[in-house]
Design a binder for this molecule. Structure first.
Ligand code: ADP
Ligand code: MG
Length: 518
């Protein structure tokens, strides 16, 4: 695929499966993936059809959705991209730039695990982030079978976790029809896949409706792989999971990473490997437990650590304060102490709140006031940073050139307790505009940015919650590890990924005095 990168002619295998010409295109407006009824009983005939959202169809400027993308004239023109223009990109992996996807059927793993409310997608950032790869493949003349999970249905069909709302958002962004199947497997789905012609796509139903997905069951992976000639993984948010649609299929099909995976890895690896200094991490959110490992890793990299939210409360306890009824984790206090010790050893400045907003209850309309963190009242909850802490944060960030932010600084869902989070969002936007690198991860932090319409100002918004954290911890992401190295020939299969073995704990020796191990 020529995306403006120096083209390396892919060796198209002689035995590449031929895509048989499909039947004529369906009439305009038809969005039904034929046979998709295989998965469920009593489905209306048009249930898989996905129309663009009301918003898109009501817009007078919106062209009618198309069923198929016409392949681009070659050579392809290259638009501005925020990804490496070099074949050997940050991932070190074979990317779709190396793929000539003409007439190929691509199994594309995306992460459409988006928040839903009343059957509507609340935040479609992850869907928008997958669009460049989808467009590039379609314009290259591929047909795409898209696979994603949504939520945790635990191997069962859960109607509230169907992917149709996601298909509607994708249809809106692509301005084309996005049919969904009623099941990831089944004769009807196979049929819908077989009918795909170059420039068309279909979205498989939630792969986690099958228990084989999370178990990385070889039979389930083989069925998914049977849909396509190649596999492209662009689901960064699911890359830390060794599941059938992330790892299993990559062991069967020639595999590539997509453009989102590439830009995510590039942004995060730049942070770890060559940040402009001073480098600050701002960590907030509810709980420390999910963030201990990343905090320990970040302490080795950053010059400044600013803490907020429930996370800061645990650190306040670790430094001898009492936090009243505030959210904190007693089991994490020791970890917090260790992180503070590590920070002191490395000379990392740690900013803990000096004042906070305390509330009688964590609810809207409750009584609240600002107090110094030395004098937190026993029966109140700390729910936001106070004005002096916000000023201290602003001053500390003044000279900073790189910012990584994960986790809101207060209970921002209640507007009265969202001041620090809003101030930080504005400050981060100002810093990014002034040339600093600002990377934001975490669903709630991104939601806070979006409420203020500031997401677009950041250098990079990471779509992967757990995956971003694991990457920053320095762990291998199985979905990435399994893809062959950049430049390897089409036929190259991955080195099979193996889960790291848990560290063996020494057997307890209750009586004998502990000996030093060699
Ligand atoms: P992200 O999704 O950005 O990674 P988290 O999921 O870690 O963030 O944390 C977000 C949650 O933390 C929000 O629901 C917010 O209300 C909560 N939170 C932040 N500060 C506090 C606090 N002081 N007390 C209780 N909850 C808090
Ligand atoms: Mg969250």
């Amino acid at each position: 695929m020529n995306l403006g990168a120096p083209k390396m002619a892919p060796s198209r295998p002689a035995n590449r499966p031929q895509v048989k010409p499909g039947p004529p295109l369906p009439p305009k407006g038809a969005t039904q993936a034929s046979g998709a009824s295989a998965g469920g009983p009593s489905r209306p005939a048009n249930r898989q059809g996905s129309k663009p959202s009301a918003k898109s169809s009501s817009s007078p400027a919106t062209p009618a959705p198309v069923a198929r993308v016409a392949p681009r004239q070659r050579p392809l023109s290259s638009g501005p991209r925020r990804i490496a223009t070099n074949l050997y990109s940050a991932t070190g992996k074979r990317t779709i730039r190396e793929l000539d996807a003409r007439e190929m059927r691509v199994l594309l793993r995306v992460d459409f695990n988006v928040p839903l409310s009343d059957g509507k997608v609340v935040d479609d950032s992850r869907i928008r982030a997958a669009v460049p790869t989808i467009k590039a493949l379609l314009e290259d003349g591929a047909s795409i079978v898209i696979a994603s999970h949504l939520g945790r249905p635990d191997g069962k069909v859960v109607d509230g976790l169907r992917l149709r709302p996601a298909a509607e958002r994708l249809a809106h962004h692509l301005q084309m029809m996005v049919p969904t199947t009623g099941d990831a497997l089944g004769v009807g789905t196979e049929d819908a896949v077989k009918r795909l012609r170059p420039g068309e796509l279909v979205l498989l139903e939630n792969v986690r409706f099958h228990a084989g997905e999370e178990k990385n069951d070889p039979a389930f992976a083989a069925k998914l792989a049977s849909y396509a000639d190649v596999f492209v993984n662009d689901g960064f948010g699911a890359a830390h999971r060794a599941h059938a649609s992330t790892v299993g299929v990559a062991g069967i099909l020639p595999s590539y990473v997509g453009l989102l995976m590439e830009s995510e890895v590039e942004a995060l690896s730049n942070l770890l490997d060559k940040p402009s200094r001073p480098f600050a991490a701002i960590v907030g959110g509810g709980k420390v437990s999910g963030k201990v490992a990343v905090l320990e890793a970040l302490i080795q990299k950053v010059d400044l650590l600013i803490l907020g939210g429930g996370v800061a409360n645990t650190f306040l306890v670790a430094s001898g304060r009492s936090v009243g009824k505030s959210l904190y984790e007693s089991k994490m206090v020791e970890h917090a102490r260790r992180i503070l010790k590590l920070a002191a050893e490395r000379g990392v400045k740690v900013l803990l709140p000096v004042d906070g907003v305390v509330a009688k209850e964590v609810t809207r309309g409750t009584e609240f006031k600002v107090v110094a963190t030395e004098k937190l009242p026993a029966s109140w909850h700390m729910v936001d940073l106070g004005p002096d802490s916000i000023t201290a944060m602003r001053e500390a960030l003044a000279s900073v050139k790189t910012i990584l932010w994960n986790g809101p600084l207060g209970v921002f869902e209640i507007p009265a307790f969202g001041t620090a989070t809003r101030e930080l969002a504005k400050l981060a936007a100002e810093k990014a505009e002034a040339g600093a690198t600002v990377v934001v991860g975490g669903g709630d932090s991104i939601a806070a940015l979006q409420q203020l319409n500031l997401a677009g100002k950041m250098t990079h918004i990471s779509t992967g919650g757990g995956a971003s954290l694991e990457y920053l911890e320095g762990r291998d992401l199985p979905g990435l590890a399994v893809i062959p190295t950049a430049g390897s020939p089409f036929e190259t299969m991955p080195i099979l990924w193996e889960a790291p073995k848990p560290e063996k704990k020494p057997a307890p020796k209750p009586k004998a005095p502990a000996k030093k191990s060699e």
